[in-house]
Design a protein around this ligand. Structure first.
Ligand SMILES: Nc1ncnc2c1ncn2[C@@H]1O[C@H](COP(=O)(O)OP(=O)(O)O)[C@@H](O)[C@H]1O
Length: 330
């Protein structure tokens, strides 16, 4: 752990209630006449996936096979024309195990929001950064190599990251997990293409904050080494430039029991954060275009800290936290 984290001091990442589905059966005679169907938005139209084999390998296995180039790729959607920037998602989360991706620069809060939504929607939150950190803090053969890469702010190879993700999906499959919210994956167009070949992503949320705020947030990030929750000691007051709104974020301070156990990530130094940002612009921003061209990208400019942003994000996603808590409790 020592090479991965530095000890330090101080934040809050609370969880929300679970979710359950309300399934009601109707007899045909009880049903009102069918209203005319609304056109289904492009990104929700069902399209058959190419038949790859019979029976098809499981998702985790397919990921690995494709990343090793053994399986012929069939579709490349990266070349499709770009759609317009403005996009209102049509999301029907009832009765559906969502397959969502969270994109965004280092420090934007992908982990915080993806983790809250995963609890709300009852699907696992899978962060490839966490998988990489677990692997490098283990005594496995990749540990030293991964430590060097992460501490330089570079990306781990597609093969390694896909193999870690595939193992995580396999463990989840064995436990009966359905759906997911991916955080930190895909981070290259190649990863996005491979993911696209093995499954249908329903929605991609692109979280955004100005760069100055991102750096301050990374430098203020603290993690409780015991409970694993993320906190932040930064007190951010950012004057909006070029007509953009000001952004204020209060520190997210830890509860007393976490204060003495706070650590910082070893890659959250200013030099490494700046390198991670430049790697994001070069390698990961094209992934935004990849999903924009498929009409799956929802841009979300964070208006402030978690407390202010969370209800707005739910609104943008057409989700109601209270409704879900109530139906989960019923
Ligand atoms: N999909 C991925 N592809 C390649 N490297 C990854 C991927 N996900 C995580 N990593 C590695 O793990 C590190 C930490 O990831 P993460 O916790 O997601 O950090 P960030 O705060 O930069 O978004 C990255 O800098 C990179 O080295």
């Amino acid at each position: 752990m020592d090479f991965l984290y530095n000890n330090s001091s101080q934040n809050i990442n609370s969880h929300v209630g679970g979710r359950s589905e309300d399934l009601t059966l109707h007899f045909f005679a009880d049903l009102p006449p069918t209203p005319p169907r609304k056109p289904v938005p492009h990104h929700h139209q069902w399209r058959p996936r190419p038949v790859l084999s019979d029976p098809p390998p499981s998702l985790p296995l397919l990921l690995v096979i494709l990343s090793e180039g053994l399986y012929p790729r069939t579709v490349s959607s990266a070349a499709a024309p770009l759609k317009s920037e403005s996009f209102t998602p049509f999301i029907d989360t009832k009765g559906k195990n969502v397959q969502w991706v969270f994109l965004g620069c280092p420090g934007v809060g992908k982990g915080t929001f993806a983790s809250r939504l995963s609890v709300l929607l009852g699907v696992p939150h899978i962060a490839t950064g966490d998988l990489v950190r677990e692997e490098l803090s283990s005594s496995g053969p990749l540990s030293k190599q991964l430590t060097e890469i992460v501490n330089q702010g570079k990306l781990v190879s597609d093969e390694i990251v896909i193999s870690l993700l595939s193992k995580r999906l396999e463990t989840g499959e064995a436990k009966g997990e359905l759906g997911f919210i991916l955080d930190g994956f895909p981070r290259t167009v190649r990863q996005a293409e491979i993911l696209d070949d093995v499954t249908d992503i329903d929605l991609v949320v692109n979280l955004k904050l100005p760069e100055k705020v991102l750096v301050e947030k990374c430098l203020g990030r603290r993690i409780c080494s015991q409970c694993g929750k993320n906190f932040n000691v930064a007190n951010i007051n950012f004057k909006g430039e070029n007509g953009n709104p000001d952004i204020s974020m209060d520190p997210l301070l830890p509860p007393p029991q976490c204060v003495s156990k706070l650590i910082t990530r070893s890659d959250d130094t200013e030099a490494i954060v700046r390198e991670r940002l430049s790697v994001y612009y070069e390698k990961s921003q094209p992934v935004e275009d990849f999903y924009r061209s498929q009409g799956k990208l929802m841009e979300f400019d964070l208006p402030g800290g978690v407390l202010e942003s969370w209800p707005k994000l739910l609104e943008a996603l057409n989700l109601d936290e209270n409704e879900d808590k109530q139906s989960a409790a019923a």
